[in-house]
Design a protein. Structure first.
Length: 220
């Protein structure tokens, strides 16, 4: 894992990111070049990648939001403005995790952990209160005929099931707060459901402003 680096996404990464996302999620439409360029323009700090000498291994994308505006049920398309990030709000105190994906050939090497740690470092550096995300539930389809998504999540939390995404997020220190239906309707593995999760920044200073900075270096 020592040769894996985390850095901010660059324009020249875009073709590789589209190709990687298409390979990982064949049933979900990938971002296009214009979307990715717009994301980099609106919130470059929130877009990070992991790489080694072979190339890109994964990606994590985020926006800032006023969480009170989104506490009710919402979809990925709603909160991200269909991937354009028009809802990015630099006055927000919540870092919203839009997407994380890792090359299947690199899974098990700690890439996902490094991307999540990169987000945590970003949250601390900018004095944001928390990270909130809605994670896929790719293990749910196998059990959908027998139980609700809510009960499936309980079984994951209790340790009866291992979900490739939620189990990992719980190990990363996130807490579970509910299920979002129709979050990504095209996500057949999750039957459209996602789990609402949160990580609270232990270094958050409510009396200090959000710090929008361009010199964030990831100490990973």
């Amino acid at each position: 894992m020592s040769n894996i680096r985390v850095r901010q996404t660059r324009r020249e990464d875009i073709p590789a990111l589209i190709a990687l996302q298409t390979r990982i999620y064949p049933t979900i439409p990938p971002w296009n070049k214009l979307d990715l360029l717009t994301q980099l323009e609106k919130f470059p700090q929130g877009q990070i990648v992991a790489e080694d000498e072979s190339g890109l291994l994964g990606c994590a994308s985020s926006i800032m939001v006023m969480w009170d505006d989104w506490t009710d049920e919402h979809s990925w398309y709603d909160i991200t403005s269909a991937g354009t990030f028009d809802n990015h709000n630099p006055d927000g105190r919540t870092l919203y995790g839009v997407e994380v994906f890792v090359d299947p050939e690199s899974q098990g090497q700690g890439v996902g952990h490094l991307l999540y740690e990169g987000r945590r470092q970003l949250c601390r550096a900018m004095n944001l209160k928390r990270i909130i995300a809605c994670g896929r539930l790719p293990g749910y389809r196998e059990h959908a005929a027998d139980m609700s998504a809510e009960f499936y999540v309980r079984k994951v939390i209790w340790g009866d099931f291992n979900d490739p995404v939620l189990s990992f997020q719980l190990r990363e220190g996130f807490s579970y707060f509910g299920v979002m239906p129709d979050y990504i309707p095209e996500d057949a593995e999750s039957c459209g459901y996602a789990s609402l999760i949160v990580w609270l920044n232990p270094d958050y200073e409510p009396d200090l402003p959000v710090v929008i900075r361009d010199d964030i270096s990831f100490r990973i």
